[in-house]
Design a protein. Sequence first.
Length: 277
Amino acid sequence: MDTPVTARSVFYVSDGTGITAETLGHSLLTQFEGVRFRQARIPFVDTPEKAHAVIQRIEEAGRSDGAKPIVFTTLVNPELAQMVHSANALCLSFIETFVAPMETELGVKSTHSVGRSHGSIDTSDYKNRIEAINYTLAHDDGVTDRDLETADVILVGVSRCGKTPTSLYLAMQFGLKAANFPLIPEDFDRGRLPGTLERHRGKLFGLTIQPERLSQIREERRPNSRYASLENCRNEIREAEKMMKREGIRWLDSSTKSIEEISTTVMQEIRLEKRVF
């Protein structure tokens, strides 16, 4: 039996940014628990010289690892794709896997344009995305309550439970205006939501987190503080969840969820449509 490999090298190779190859490839890799992957994205492989350099890098990794690297490609140029796929590796082409069957089914040849999904930056979708990002940054952590009527969603929860990264992901990936507000001890003492949030109850979605995880995150920011103590985290989370239940706010435990999973749940619960492609 072969000696187990500690980590497999994975390459995402594209004549564009490589983001599509990386996103799809990473989704496939997550299906294999217990296997470690060393990943690298190689974008803008648009000449034979660059393709040769990629082949050398792939094969060097294979010799170093003692196992074939895994290569995901989105190379629309057939010549460059053939060159890269000649490497001593497991090469998987998303173009061949998805585009070719679609050409057959639709009876139409694809444009085979490099970086098509990332082009035309002057489109309204791009402008909407930038506007959403600016809005989300301006409405992070309850900095302002102005223009909340234009928000697509308002995330609430205790400090450091994942509101900011989720808000930014919703803005950057889907062009959604996502504000977020912390629920603080003063809110719990008052026994009700801030008035600004009550007026937009239909846009609210709550995030919670396990106390142990919250304490660990806060400890990195403020070591040995009451703010980060496990007892304080338990109290805040208990009061926040009690408030969200009382106010009828839908909420999700973010402790073991990825940003993608949290965002998808938020969109489903608030019934938001994806805007940016």
